[in-house]
Design a protein around this ligand. Structure first.
Ligand SMILES: [Zn+2]
Length: 381
């Protein structure tokens, strides 16, 4: 059993604000309120300690795919993201055959049971052929509630989110079904109008899947989904902050409208995250990764990202000029709340899992702790 230790001397970001020369007491797998007198001190002066990152939209990494990999592959992907600070990850599936996705959901529900992943996100197949991105068009289908139900049931209580083009036949009924089941209905890969988007929000949708990407853009007479998703407080917007998917001004616009609490940074990562350039499969689609940008071989559509959340964090603070506190909200607390896990993760508070990230003054990742164990041990003088 791990003994208690005290991380001392760092700037610690707490829900109430940042404490300089703060302490985090780790006892076993949890954060504790006090420590026995003989607990060793780990001196982290000159560093930040922030909550472990929570990624609610992630397709894989380290060369491995959550949609199609073996159990060993999936664990490789999970571990790759842990090395980059993501201590809680939801496994996202791209579009596939219904039976295949149902079978995969069963397999991954066991990994959720074991605590390796936080749950499952179905990004397809209930999305619009007009906004399919890197999803296989031949496998897309309308969000018939019975089909949505089939996938949710196959995940045995571990389905966390389903992305839908809610304007398609069955879309609104499916949103209602998901809301009843306690599964997040996310609006995305959609061709909806402003009015259709409002209808979906009223029916219970609470997330915008990678806002701005794979949806109609703002128009003067047709404001489309973006305006509806930005203006409604019931919606949290996902943002892929990799410098490729979004212009910094688009990100700023989202923060301006949503405030600090209704934004979630995601990676939307595919296999190449934490791995390198080359050719990969994203579900059934072939992808070429060049200079860390993933594109479909056919058509050239952006196909997920190679982002890891440590890079998203550093970019948010150093390029986008967000405060460290807002960045922590967007990368840890807000997604944890949405996933219904804020009682365990998403902030540094006694009783929660000891999941945390150590950053240096340049916001480079220097340490990762998950459930009290160092995944990346800080190299200290
Ligand atoms: Zn997508």
């Amino acid at each position: 059993m791990a003994t208690a230790k005290v991380l001392a001397g760092a700037r610690v970001v707490l829900p109430t604000g940042t404490v300089t020369d703060g302490r985090v007491i780790v006892d076993g797998t949890k954060i504790a309120g006090s420590a026995p007198g003989d607990a060793p001190l780990v001196d982290l002066s000159g560093h930040w300690v922030v909550p472990g990152f929570v990624d609610m939209h992630n397709h894989g990494g380290g060369g491995a795919s959550f949609t199609s990999g073996t159990v060993e592959d999936i664990l490789t992907g999970v571990h790759t993201h842990r090395l980059h600070g993501t201590t809680t990850v939801v496994a996202s599936f791209v579009t596939g055959e219904m039976d295949f996705l149902a079978q995969r959901a069963g397999l991954l529900s066991e990994l959720a049971e074991q605590g390796e992943i936080a749950g499952i996100h179905f990004e397809g197949p209930f999305i619009s052929p007009c906004r399919k991105g890197a999803h296989d068009e031949t496998l897309l289908r309308d969000p018939d509630p019975a089909a949505v139900r089939k996938l949710v049931d196959a995940a045995r209580g571990r389905a966390k989110m389903v992305t839908l083009a809610t304007e398609l036949p069955g879309g609104i009924d499916s949103v209602r079904l998901l809301a009843e089941q306690g599964v997040i209905a996310a609006i995305g890969h959609t061709d909806a109008t402003y009015e259709q988007t409002v209808e979906a929000i009223d029916a219970g949708a609470t997330v915008a899947t990678h806002l701005f990407n794979a949806m109609p853009q703002l128009g003067h007479r047709a404001p489309g989904p973006i305006a509806a998703l930005l203006e409604d407080d019931r919606i949290t917007v996902e943002l892929i902050n990799d410098g490729t998917h979004l212009h910094p001004a688009s990100l700023e616009l989202a923060f301006h409208h949503k405030g600090g609490e209704k934004v979630a940074f995601i990676t939307d990562a595919m296999d190449a995250a934490g791995f390198g350039d080359g050719r990969y499969m994203l579900g059934p689609m072939e992808v070429e990764v060049k200079d860390s940008v993933a594109r479909l071989v056919e058509g050239g559509s952006i196909a997920g990202s190679t982002l890891t959340l440590d890079r998203a964090f550093k970019r948010a603070v150093t390029v986008d000029r967000l405060s460290v506190e807002d960045t922590v909200q967007a990368i840890s607390a807000n997604p944890a709340r949405l996933l219904g896990m804020y009682d365990r993760v998403g902030s540094l508070e006694p009783g929660k899992d000891a999941d945390l990230v150590v950053l240096d003054e340049e916001f480079e990742l220097k340490g990762v702790m998950r459930r009290g164990e160092w995944i990346v041990a800080p190299q200290l003088p």
